[in-house]
Design a protein around this ligand. Structure first.
Ligand code: NAD
Ligand code: ZN
Length: 362
């Protein structure tokens, strides 16, 4: 059984297919969505070993000529050097304007291959095959692509929507539990900002979650539907709606930066950031204390961190100042009025921010 979510963007609309065991259908689904024949399958060293051949075989069986490009696993591959190596691979693969870039992997591969697709010959078609939970519910949908620079993450990028997303839930079986948990933080985020029913479903799931690490496809589909709706109404972050997806991210990004990228996973930092944002919300936007407590309890049940012991306030504050969401050095927060309803662009008085941040370090 698979779920299909449509992302309605006029002529750039596309479908997200979600279900267990979809990888063998990748070729057919791609052939239905696109006319080109030459494919560059971009993946990373971990994912290539496990799923590279399955994906390539499925594409070949549907009549595509497939070249494979493998980058080392890890954030460090989202860089100019790998991008230029991929341009060479695209040339060698004979990728003309009808060519297709297929990204098989997590958010790193998706962002890098997406930026390749956005810029190669001024833009070719792009298919996302996310294999991490984070990529399934977040990075593969919405069209943000890009690479990091030594001076900062995601500094170079482009909006380039995929033509198709194929999320095979069976691939999550090989994903390390820590990565699954980190992805769950983004899943909780969708419930907190937009959907109390989803939040309740997660509270139910959390009681058994750590035994099986299995996520029902309906839950992933619901997250994709929320992201699709937000993106359809604010594709390029112009009206401010898309900013609600940054709930927990102002402090989350600062925590990632202050602790040195990589020690703490993005989703883990977002979990701590959401707890802080919920506390700020109880002080500033009327979120009931009980709701903040529910959010923290859910994240704790999912075995996500909710505190950052030993984190120094001056470093955290400095990291926040440099955040892309800051305006004139003043950080902006997404806060909650209640569970399921978020407000964007909130400015938080310095003393309140410091008090809540201190509470996190305890
Ligand atoms: N474009 C967007 O809208 C957007 C949104 C959120 C995050 N991102 C980006 O996504 C990136 C993080 O993505 P991520 O968390 O998926 O990390 P990732 O791509 O580095 O994957 C995490 C690890 O899991 C491995 N892996 C992937 N799938 C696997 C599988 N099925 N089985 C076993 N191992 C597997 C990878 O090789 C890697 O080692 C960041 O660069 C972030 O900036 C982008
Ligand atoms: Zn995130």
């Amino acid at each position: 059984m698979s779920n299909v979510i449509n992302v309605p963007l006029g002529t750039r609309s596309y479908a997200i297919h979600i279900g267990a065991g979809l990888l063998p259908q990748l070729g057919l689904l791609t052939a239905q969505a696109l006319r080109g024949r030459a494919c560059l399958l971009v993946t990373d060293s971990h994912v290539s070993q496990i799923y590279g051949e399955f994906a390539a075989a499925s594409l070949r069986a549907a009549g595509f000529s497939v070249s494979r490009a493998v980058v080392p696993a890890g954030e460090a591959s989202k860089c100019g050097e790998q991008l230029f190596a991929l341009y060479n691979a695209a040339k060698q693969a004979g990728l003309d304007r009808t060519g297709i870039v297929v990204a098989l992997g997590g958010g790193v591969v998706g962002d890098l291959a997406g930026f390749l697709a956005a810029t190669w010959l001024r833009g070719v078609a792009f298919v996302q095959v996310p294999t991490t939970l984070l990529a399934m519910v977040d990075s593969s949908v919405g069209g943000k692509t890009g690479i990091d620079l030594p001076s900062g993450k995601n500094l170079v990028g482009a909006f380039h929507q995929p033509s198709l997303v194929v999320a095979d839930l069976a691939t999550l079986e090989t994903l390390p539990p820590r990565e699954i948990r980190a992805g769950m933080a983004e899943v909780v985020k969708y419930g907190a900002i937009r959907d109390t029913q989803l939040f309740q479903a997660l509270e139910k799931l959390a009681t058994t979650f750590s035994k099986a690490w299995k996520i029902p496809s309906e839950i992933i589909a619901r997250c994709c539907a929320i992201k699709a709706d937000v993106v359809a109404n604010d594709e390029r972050e112009e009206t401010g709606l898309r900013a609600i997806l940054n709930f927990g991210h102002t402090l989350g990004h600062a925590i990632e930066k202050a602790t040195g990228y990589g020690r703490i996973l993005h989703g883990e930092a977002v979990a701590i950031g959401m707890v802080a944002a919920a506390r700020l919300s109880t002080k500033l936007t009327g979120l009931p204390d009980a709701d903040a407590t529910r959010l923290e309890a859910l994240l704790t049940k999912l075995e996500l961190p909710v505190r950052a012991p030993g984190l120094a306030w001056p470093e955290l504050r400095a990291a926040m100042k440099l955040d892309k969401k800051s305006q004139g050095g003043i950080p902006r927060f997404v806060l909650l009025k209640k569970l399921g309803e978020a407000v964007t662009g909130c400015v938080v008085p310095e003393d309140v921010l410091q008090e809540v941040a201190h509470g996190l370090g305890e």
